[in-house]
Design a protein around this ligand. Structure first.
Ligand SMILES: Nc1nc2c(ncn2[C@@H]2O[C@H](COP(=O)(O)OP(=O)(O)OP(=O)(O)O)[C@@H](O)[C@H]2O)c(=O)[nH]1
Length: 529
C-alpha cells in the first residue's frame, strides 16, 4: 500500500510540480525575468555603447545617462548600475540624487569587485549574481548583462533586486515542499531559505569554495541522481525531472526544472514521510489486521464444523469398522454437502461390507465344521475312521474318568475278506464293507458307536455297559442265528467275523484297552483256524 501510495504521490507531484513551477514563474519569477529582459534591452542601447567606448566624452555620457534614466523607471527597484571596462568605473543610480551616478572605481585585486573582472574574462552574456550591496548594506540579486560591440566587451549593465523580498516570495512559500532551492547552471546555490547556504558571487570562486546543492544530499548515489536530473532538465527546459534522494537523513523527492531565461535550476524537495506519514496507515492496518483475524476465526470455525468434525467422525467409524463394529458417524447439520455425501456412501459401503463379512464367516464356519466332520469319518462306510474314533474315545475316556461308569470295546475283523476281493473285485469288497458297517450299526443301535479301524477291521464302543451286554453283542456277532448274508452275483455269501472284547479297567488307557480287545479278537481268529 505504501509503495503504491508513493507511486501515486510521485506521479501526482510530477504533475503538481510542473504546474506549480509554471505558476511560480508567472507570479514570482516573471519580475526577475522581466528585469533580465530589461537589462538586456539596456545593454543594447546605442548611446550606452557609444559612451562605453569613450567614457571620457562628456557629451556621449550625458546622452547615454539621459536615455538610461528613462529605463530606470521600468526596473522594479527603480535603480540600475553600469560598470565600464574602459575606465573601470562603477555607476549606480536609484534616482535619489540627480548627481553624477559615478560611485567608485573598480579594482581588480579587490575581492568584492572580482565579479566584474571575471565576467569580462569569461564573456558571459547574462549572469545572475547574488551578492551583498556594500553601499546599501543589503543582499541583492543582481542581473548582469554584458555591453557588447560585436565581439568586444565594453562593460556590464543591469539592476539589483532586494533578495530578502524575493526570498520571502519565492523560497519561503513552501506549501507541500520541505525546501525550495534555486541554483545556477552548475548547481551552486543561489536562493535558499537559509542565507548561509547561498553561494554569494559564485562566478568569482573556484569550484572548491562553492556551495553546491549536491552537498545538501546525504550520499553519493543521491548526488549522482540529482546531477543526472540536472542534465536531463537542461536538455528539456520547462519539463520537470523527478528523482528520489536522501536529504537530512530521510528519503525525499526532488523535482528539478531548468529555467532557460535566467540559466538557473529550481529544485523542490518533498519529504515523502511528512507528506504521507506511516501513522496514517496504522488505523487502516489495524482494521486490516482485525478483519484478517476475524476472517481466519470464521474460516476456522466453518472448516471445523463443515469438514474437520465430520471427518473425525468418519475416522472413528473407520477405526470401529476395523474391529467389525458398524458405528454410524454422527453428522451435524453444518457438515458440508460433499462430506455428507461421502459419509452416506461410507455408511452404505460399511453396512454391505459387514454383511458380506458375516456371510463369509458363517460360510467358513459351516465349511470348517463339515471338513472336521469329514476328517473324522470313513468315506466308504460313513462310520468313525481311526482318527475320529480316537478323538471320540479320548473324550469318552475323560468322561469315564469322571463318572467311573464301565464300558466295553469290541474288536471285529471280517474273516477271509481278501478272498472276497480276490474273487469278486474291489468294488464288491467295498459293497461288503458298507453292508458290514450297516449291520454292525444295527446291532449296536443306541448302545454305543461303531468305527472302521482300518481295512476289514471294526471297533465297537459299548457305552455304560457291563460284561454281560458286551458278551451279548459278541455272541450275536459270532453266532449263526443272525449271520450276515450278502447276495453277491446271485450267490448268498455269509460273512463271518472274528470278535474279541475287553472291559475297561481301573488305570486303563485307550492303548491298553485296544490292545486287550485286539488280543482277544486274534485269539478267537487263531482258535478258529
Ligand atoms: N475292497 C476293499 N478291500 C480292502 C479295503 N481295505 C482293505 N482291503 C483288503 O482287505 C484285505 C484284508 O486282508 P487280510 O488282512 O489278510 O484279512 P483276511 O483276508 O480277512 O484274512 P483274515 O483276517 O486272516 O481272515 C486285503 O486284501 C485288503 O486289500 C477296502 O477298503 N476295500
Amino acid at each position: 500500500m505504501r509503495v503504491l501510495a508513493e507511486d501515486i504521490i510521485v506521479s501526482w507531484v510530477e504533475r503538481y510540480a510542473e504546474k506549480q513551477i509554471r505558476y511560480d514563474k508567472v507570479r514570482t519569477l516573471l519580475p526577475l525575468i522581466q528585469e533580465v529582459k530589461l537589462s538586456k534591452e539596456l545593454a543594447e542601447l546605442e548611446s550606452l555603447k557609444a559612451w562605453a567606448k569613450q567614457p571620457d566624452n562628456e557629451a556621449l555620457k550625458q546622452q547615454a545617462l539621459n536615455d538610461i534614466e528613462a529605463f530606470r523607471h521600468r526596473f522594479s527597484d527603480k535603480s540600475y548600475f553600469i560598470a565600464l571596462k574602459a575606465n573601470d568605473r562603477y555607476y549606480y543610480s536609484d534616482g535619489s540624487t540627480s548627481e553624477d551616478p559615478y560611485r567608485y572605481t573598480l579594482q581588480e585585486e579587490k575581492p568584492s569587485d572580482a565579479w566584474f573582472y571575471q565576467l569580462m574574462a569569461i564573456k558571459l552574456n547574462l549572469h545572475l549574481n547574488v551578492n551583498p550591496d556594500v553601499e546599501l548594506g543589503v543582499i541583492k540579486l543582481w542581473s548582469d548583462v554584458l555591453i557588447r560591440d560585436g565581439d568586444a566587451v565594453l562593460g556590464v549593465v543591469g539592476t539589483g533586486l532586494d533578495l530578502s523580498t524575493f526570498l520571502q516570495q519565492m523560497v519561503e512559500k513552501q506549501d507541500i515542499y520541505s525546501g525550495i532551492v534555486f541554483t545556477n547552471y552548475e548547481g551552486a546555490i543561489q536562493l535558499h531559505q537559509k542565507e548561509e547556504l547561498i553561494d554569494f558571487a559564485s562566478i568569482t570562486k573556484n569550484a572548491h569554495n562553492k556551495k553546491f546543492i549536491f552537498q545538501l544530499l546525504s550520499d553519493a548515489d543521491s548526488q549522482k541522481r540529482l546531477q543526472h536530473s540536472f542534465a536531463n532538465a537542461k536538455s528539456n527546459p520547462n519539463k520537470v525531472e523527478m528523482t528520489s534522494v536522501n536529504k537530512d537523513g530521510v528519503r525525499q523527492l526532488a523535482s528539478v526544472i531548468y529555467i532557460p531565461e535566467i540559466d538557473w535550476f529550481q529544485v523542490n524537495f518533498i519529504d515523502i514521510n511528512s507528506f504521507l506519514p506511516l501513522t496514517e496507515f496504522s488505523g487502516l492496518l489495524w482494521v486490516f489486521f482485525v478483519s484478517l483475524v476475524c476472517a481466519l476465526v470464521i474460516v476456522y470455525v466453518l472448516m471445523t464444523l463443515m469438514v474437520t468434525k465430520p471427518l473425525e467422525e468418519l475416522d472413528l467409524s473407520i477405526a470401529e469398522l476395523g474391529k467389525n463394529h458398524n458405528r454410524k458417524p454422527k453428522l451435524s447439520r453444518f457438515a458440508g454437502l460433499e462430506i455428507k455425501r461421502l459419509i452416506l456412501h461410507y455408511q452404505k459401503m460399511s453396512t454391505s461390507l459387514l454383511e458380506y463379512q458375516q456371510e463369509l464367516e458363517s460360510k467358513v464356519a459351516e465349511r470348517t465344521e463339515e471338513l472336521n466332520r469329514i476328517a473324522k469319518l470313513d468315506p466308504l462306510t460313513e462310520l468313525y475312521n481311526r482318527r475320529g474314533f480316537e478323538t471320540h474315545m479320548s473324550e469318552y475316556m475323560a468322561h469315564w474318568q469322571a463318572t467311573q461308569q464301565p464300558f466295553g470295546l469290541i474288536n471285529v475283523d471280517i474273516n477271509r475278506f481278501k478272498d472276497i476281493n480276490d474273487q469278486y473285485g474291489h468294488a464288491i469288497g467295498d459293497h461288503v464293507l458298507q453292508n458290514v458297517a450297516a449291520y454292525l450299526h444295527a446291532i449296536v443301535k443306541g448302545k454305543g458307536e461303531v468305527a472302521r479301524w482300518g481295512g476289514d477291521e471294526f471297533l465297537i464302543l459299548v457305552k455304560q455297559s457291563n460284561d454281560k451286554v458286551v458278551q451279548q453283542i459278541t455272541e450275536r456277532l459270532l453266532g449263526d442265528l443272525e449271520s450276515l448274508v450278502i447276495n453277491i452275483q446271485d450267490h448268498d455269501v455269509t460273512i463271518e467275523f472274528s470278535v474279541g472284547s475287553a472291559l475297561v479297567q481301573k488305570g486303563d488307557t485307550l492303548e491298553k484297552l485296544l490292545h486287550r480287545a485286539d488280543k482277544a479278537m486274534y485269539a478267537v481268529k487263531f482258535a478258529e483256524r
